[in-house]
Design a protein around this ligand. Structure first.
Ligand code: BG6
Length: 468
């Protein structure tokens, strides 16, 4: 089978991880511009000041994407280029930059797939309380509206937020992302609620103004599976899915929070402040979502955990080594002897990917899904002139095969975006952890080179994955 004609083969990036030019052309300071410069926060002290200089080299990069046959480029907009200080004041140079990127994509027939928020918040808003402060919701809606007005004549695909669970849990539980707070469970849940409200308001605004195209949100997709069939571990599986999947997907797609979680939070005094108006907004906008974006890298293998800790852990750290297990008082994630792992300890499990998509279909019906990220973080050897990344090819091939199965089974998956189109800055692991089809030579003026996987993906797209 070839993938359907309207299935999109794409690849992705995010503003802070590629653009650089952190203080050029009127751009304001973001929370990441500040946080990454705090000693010890990132591997080797790396930051996005220059990143891979996509800001100045977007033409060369998009030409390479076109050569690869990419059908869509998912990128994010740096809020601080558009509204440098987080207010409604617009920086025209910022608008101009994204107009250029969008037009360059369209010149080659590449669909610009735009993420509004991929974690780089104006520092002014961070200092005023960030996502704990409901005013950040208002500021986001202003930012979204500016983008819809400026780019909505050409952009037809909008993602409001990337991975709420990551920037909220790493921001308020582990302290690994800005604002760098540890163990503040109340703020964690409050921040997630504000993000869902901000998403819902942007969706409603988009629909009411009758912009053409579609809008949705991208979540981490990290389905939990028990390590065995025992009752207690099966319970841990359910608990993990309630907290890491249903808490995020239900308010968007069902318009209400999962009762299992709200009851527990209420009992512990951790339920976010939410007004009737907020809840009504979530209910009313749920059916307006055109799609859900899934970022899938690995599943969670879980078992029962007896501990007083409420929530902790997370897959990322900045040591350049495998991450910590996630856990709360009920479950913990574990590594298993019979599973395969990446160098960073993320399980390679295409079967769990397919199983997870089935779980989503069971719970949320036929909502359109895009795989908005999937890929392998690795250190690619250079042999002679060639950048050899066969493990990446194997990883993406097996996961694309899972997507193909899903489509054959009637699961509504409409596109696949590899992470990442080009080697870029890993938030916490610098340039050591590579994901791209295109290599960036940090010892040679950031020169771009095609990897093995570049030619492989080119062939996959040209044949619409028929051979998979
Ligand atoms: C996702 C993010 O969580 O994972 C990306 O959306 C990120 O921005 C990717 O780069 C891989 O994470 P890491 O930590 O391996 O760079």
């Amino acid at each position: 089978m070839k993938m359907p004609k309207d299935f999109i083969f794409g690849a992705a990036s995010a503003s802070y991880q590629v653009e650089g030019a952190w203080n050029e052309d009127g751009k304001g300071v973001s929370n990441w511009d500040v946080f990454s410069k705090i000693p010890g926060k990132t591997f080797g002290g790396t930051n996005g000041d220059v990143a891979i200089d996509h800001y100045h080299r977007y033409k060369e990069d998009i030409a390479l994407m076109a050569e690869m046959g990419l059908e869509s480029y998912r990128f994010s907009i740096a809020w601080t280029r558009i509204h440098p200080d987080g207010t409604s004041k617009v920086n025209q140079k910022g608008i101009e930059f994204y107009n250029n990127v969008i037009d360059e994509c369209l010149k080659y027939g590449i669909i610009p797939f735009v993420t509004l928020y991929h974690w780089d918040l104006p520092q002014t808003l961070e200092e005023a309380g960030g996502w704990r402060n409901p005013k950040t919701v208002d500021a986001f809606v202003t930012f979204a509206e500016t983008c819809f007005k400026a780019f909505g004549d050409r952009v037809r695909n909008w993602i409001t937020f990337n991975e709420t669970v990551i920037f909220c849990s790493l921001g308020y539980l582990t302290g690994a992302h800005p604002p760098g707070i540890e163990g503040d469970v109340k703020s964690y849940f409050q921040a997630t609620h504000h993000v869902f409200v901000a998403h819902a308001r942007a969706v409603e605004l988009f629909k009411q103004a009758k912009y053409e195209g579609e809008i949705g949100i991208t979540h981490v997709f990290n389905p939990a599976f028990s390590i065995d069939e025992s009752k207690e571990n099966k319970f841990a599986e359910r608990h993990a899915n309630e907290y890491s999947t249903h808490w995020y997907y239900d308010p968007i797609l069902k318009g209400e929070y999962p009762e299992y979680v709200t009851k527990e939070l209420e009992a512990k005094g951790l339920l976010p402040d939410m007004s009737e108006e907020d809840l009504d907004l979530l209910r009313r906008t749920a059916p307006m979502n055109d799609f859900i974006g899934l970022n899938y890298y690995c599943p969670q293998r879980v078992m029962k955990n007896d501990s007083d800790l409420v929530l902790a852990g997370g897959r990322e750290n900045s040591t350049g080594k495998p991450g910590n297990p996630s856990f709360d008082g009920v479950y913990k994630t574990v590594m298993m002897d019979d599973k395969e792992y990446t160098k960073w300890g993320w399980e390679i499990a295409p079967d769990a990917f397919l199983e997870g998509m089935r779980m989503l279909k069971d719970r949320y019906g036929d909502i359109k899904m895009y795989i908005t990220e999937n890929g392998l973080g690795d250190e690619d050897p250079i042999v002679g002139e060639e950048i050899q990344d066969q493990p990446r090819i194997d990883y993406i091939e097996s996961h694309l095969r899972a997507v193909k199965h899903a489509v054959e089974e009637g699961i509504n998956v409409s596109g696949y975006f590899a992470w990442s189109v080009i080697d870029l800055l890993s938030w916490l692991n610098g340039y050591k952890k590579q994901y791209g089809f295109i290599y960036v030579d940090h010892n040679n003026n950031l020169a771009r080179k095609r990897k093995q996987s570049f030619y492989w993906y080119q062939e996959i797209i040209a044949t619409r994955a028929e051979e998979l």
